[in-house]
Design a protein around this ligand. Structure first.
Ligand code: PMP
Length: 399
């Protein structure tokens, strides 16, 4: 892992220099990218340029600004499809599989309300994660309630996890799958433990017929994502975590298993500046290279867990086999959650903030985690550096 930090150092410095908020605040280390990512200059420029040269509504009007806006929205749809590796028979998708939403929460809810309720029948079963982000549990429970109100009873089963690693457990999942299994929801990268949930194994376990929905909120922009390889049916993500503006996200739908995904109702005016920001952000991320971003953030996460491992007072949550720098598990995608055995998360967060270390120190929106567990989350992106991790470790060491 250490080599990645050496090998990619110049590449990373050049990228870091493109984030004005990072460059202008050298005394701060932003370590909360799982909550939202910072924006490179290219994204800020794209939004500024759009709003000052072509701002109009999309799909309405036939004058040049309106046409330009409509074209940008179409281009962004295709960009999202391409970014996710959507290629039909080697040809690039036309973008019709992509629907813009405000973010992952709304996207998953739209899949649940507008598609899942159409797809399921009485006696069907769905398998969903009970200990991932609550945005990937509550919509499925809501669909169950909506269906029950119409006399359609479905069973919601828990997607099983492996003890100790917090990865999914394919063997146990195989036992939960029945001929009535009609839907499975999974998460790409866990927002608390940072683990890659290895969703490529899920298709093999559930068989060719069952639609799979992927919450990619912590995946898009952090590691390569290929819908062909994963063979999932929905990918849902938030633009703001992938360096675009808040308020924009997307649902990609394969549309080959179950009914076509057609979000109901009149959508109204789209978030055009958000869409423009997403187009620019995905261009930027593609040029930077999700594979290199993945190597960089895994290496930073490993530096942190390796450092924490040598400090008596701290316990890192999640997979224990992936703590060392040279761990063969290499599982944490730049998200590390830990606790101090004697100091609560509020106090820890306060002290870290006073040293300019901006971490997440309150609830992490994890489904089922009713009690606060006193943990602090550090989440990284390509603009973070090994020096920032060392600064953090220096402060943690004396607490
Ligand atoms: N899923 C996961 C895995 C997340 O990390 C988050 C955000 N923390 C969400 C869903 C919800 O994303 P948003 O708040 O952008 O809707």
């Amino acid at each position: 892992m250490g080599e990645a930090l050496e090998e990619l150092r110049d590449w990373q410095s050049a990228l870091r220099a493109q984030f004005p908020i990072v460059v202008d605040n050298p005394e701060l280390a932003y370590l909360d990218s799982a909550a939202t990512a910072q924006k490179p200059q290219a994204v800020l420029d794209a939004v500024q340029s759009y709003l000052t040269t072509a701002n109009a509504n999309a799909g309405r009007g036939s004058y040049p600004w309106a046409n330009r806006t409509t074209a940008l929205v179409e281009e962004a749809r295709q960009r999202v499809a391409r970014f996710l590796g959507d290629r039909e028979d080697g040809r690039e998708s036309d973008g019709s599989a992509v629907h813009f939403v405000s973010g992952t929460s709304e996207g998953l809810r739209t899949v649940a309300r507008d598609w899942l309720t159409e797809h399921l029948g009485d006696g069907d079963e769905i398998i969903v994660p009970f200990a991932d982000h609550q945005a990937n549990l509550l919509p499925w429970l809501e669909a169950q309630r909506l269906l029950a109100a119409c006399g359609v009873r479905i069973t919601v089963r828990e997607l099983p996890y492996q003890a100790g690693s917090h990865d999914y457990d394919p063997a146990a999942l195989a036992e939960s799958v029945t001929e009535r299994t009609a839907f499975v929801a999974v998460t790409h990268v866990h927002h608390v433990y940072g683990g890659d949930m290895n969703v490529h194994r899920i298709r093999e376990v559930v068989g060719p017929r069952v639609p799979i929905c992927l919450d990619a909120a912590q995946g898009v922009g952090h590691l390569p994502l290929d819908v062909g390889r994963l063979d999932v049916d929905f990918v849902v993500f938030s633009g703001h975590k992938a360096m675009a503006l808040p308020g924009i996200g997307a649902v990609w739908a394969r549309n080959t298993r179950g009914p076509r995904f057609e979000p109901g109702g009149w959508a109204g005016t789209p978030n055009t500046s958000g869409i423009v920001s997403l187009l620019a952000a995905l261009d930027w991320l593609d040029t930077a290279g999700p594979d290199r971003i993945e190597r960089w953030t895994i290496a930073l996460g490993a530096r942190l867990t390796d450092g924490l491992r040598h400090l008596d007072h701290y316990e890192v949550l999640g997979c224990q086999r992936s703590l060392a720098m040279d761990s063969p598990v290499g599982q944490r995608h730049g998200i590390v959650t830990f606790r101090h055995r004697g100091i609560g998360s509020d106090d820890l967060g306060f002290v870290l903030a006073s040293h300019g270390l901006l971490v997440r120190a309150d609830s992490l929106c994890q489904a089922g985690a009713i009690q606060r567990d006193g943990s602090v989350r550090v989440s990284l992106h390509v603009y973070n550096t090994a020096q920032e991790i060392d600064r953090l470790l220096d402060v943690l060491r004396v607490m």
